[in-house]
Design a protein around this ligand. Structure first.
Ligand SMILES: *[C@@H]1O[C@H](CO)[C@@H](O)[C@H](O)[C@H]1NC(C)=O
Ligand SMILES: *[C@@H]1O[C@H](CO)[C@@H](O)[C@H](O)[C@H]1NC(C)=O
Length: 276
C-alpha cells in the first residue's frame, strides 16, 4: 500500500426503542474516526437490554450479515464472508467487532441488530456509515508561473491538488481574499490515479493591476481542503464532523521599481510551499 494517510470518518447513531418499557431500551453504534490502512477499526455496539436477556447480536455491512454473537450457542460467535470486512474473531464479542485490516472496500453502512430472548423477542438496531478517506500527503502545486509580468498582463495559473479520495476542493486567494468570480476560475477535469485516488485542477485567470500590490508584493495562494460526505439518517443521530487539515501552495509576487519602456516589470518568486 502506498504511503497515503487514510482515515475513517464516523457517523455515530443511536436508536431509541421508546415503545418497549421493560425490554431493550436502546442500541448505539460507534465507529472510530481515524485509522490508517492496515490498521484496526473497532466497531462498538452498545445497548441497554432493560429486563430482557440477550439472544443475539448481529452485524451487517450494507445489509449483508458478517458477524453474529449468540451467547447460548457453541461457538458463541460466527463470521460470514463479506468484502472488505475481515473480522478479528479473537477480539470481537457481544459489544464490539474488530475489523483488520481496513481497506477501501471497508467503506459502507454498518448495522448492529440486538435481539432479546423469550418472552419478549424484542429487537432493536442502529447503523452508522463508515468511510475510508485518503488525505492528500502532498501540497497543491501551482503551475503556469512566468518569470516576469507587467501591469496589465493576464496571469494564468493552475493549481493541482495532491492525490486524495474523495477529490480535494481547491480555492484561490489573492492577498488572503478568496477569488469567487466565476470568470476568474477555470474548472478542469479531475485526474485519476491508482487506488481510486484523484487530484483536482483549478485554474486562475486575472489581469494584473497595481491594486494587487500591497507594500510591493502580492500573495497568490491555493488551498486544498476535503469535506467527506458524512452519513446521516433521519433518525436521531450524532454525526461527528472532523475538521480535516488544509494544504496550500503560496506564490509571492514582488514588484520591482525598475522600469522598462515606462512599464513596471514585476518579478515573480515562488516561495516554498507552506505546510499546515
Ligand atoms: C425489571 O426488573 C426490575 C428489577 O430487576 C423490577 O423491579 C421491575 O419491576 C422490572 N420491570 C418490568 C417492567 O418487568
Ligand atoms: C491548466 O491545466 C489544463 C488542464 O490540464 C491545461 O489545459 C491548461 O493549459 C493549463 N493552464 C496552464 C496555465 O498551465
Amino acid at each position: 500500500m502506498e504511503n497515503y494517510l487514510w482515515l475513517l470518518v464516523c457517523a455515530c447513531n443511536i436508536w431509541v426503542a421508546s415503545s418497549i418499557s421493560s425490554g431493550i431500551k436502546w442500541v448505539r453504534v460507534n465507529v472510530p474516526q481515524y485509522r490508517v490502512p492496515g490498521e484496526t477499526a473497532m466497531l462498538q455496539c452498545d445497548y441497554d437490554l432493560g429486563n430482557d436477556t440477550l439472544y443475539s447480536v448481529k452485524w451487517y455491512k450494507d445489509h449483508e450479515e458478517f458477524y453474529r454473537f449468540v451467547p447460548k450457542e457453541r461457538p458463541q460467535s460466527n463470521w460470514y464472508e463479506v468484502e472488505g470486512v475481515n473480522v478479528d474473531m479473537s477480539r470481537s464479542n457481544s459489544k464490539k467487532v474488530v475489523i483488520r485490516p481496513v481497506s477501501w472496500k471497508t467503506t459502507g453502512l454498518f448495522r448492529c441488530e440486538v435481539s432479546a430472548e423469550a418472552p419478549s423477542f424484542a429487537s432493536a438496531q442502529s447503523e452508522a456509515k463508515m468511510e475510508v478517506v485518503a488525505l492528500p500527503t502532498e501540497n497543491p502545486v501551482i503551475t503556469g508561473v512566468e518569470q516576469e509580468y507587467q501591469i496589465g498582463d493576464e496571469i494564468n495559473l493552475n493549481c493541482t491538488s495532491g492525490r486524495s479520495h474523495p477529490a480535494s476542493i481547491l480555492h484561490w486567494y489573492i492577498n488572503e481574499q478568496q477569488i469567487q468570480k466565476p470568470e476568474a476560475l477555470l474548472i478542469y477535469p479531475e485526474e485519476y490515479h491508482q487506488h481510486g485516488l484523484v487530484s483536482s485542477v483549478l485554474g486562475l485567470k486575472f489581469r494584473l493591476s497595481n491594486h494587487h500590490f500591497r507594500g510591493g508584493s502580492m500573495r497568490v495562494k491555493c488551498v486544498a481542503s476535503m469535506t467527506p460526505v458524512l452519513y446521516q439518517t433521519d433518525r436521531e443521530s450524532i454525526v461527528q464532523t472532523q475538521t480535516l487539515p488544509l494544504r496550500e501552495a503560496l506564490l509571492l509576487v514582488k514588484s520591482s521599481s525598475s522600469r522598462n519602456h515606462g512599464h513596471a516589470i514585476i518579478f515573480l518568486f515562488l516561495v516554498a510551499h507552506l505546510l499546515t
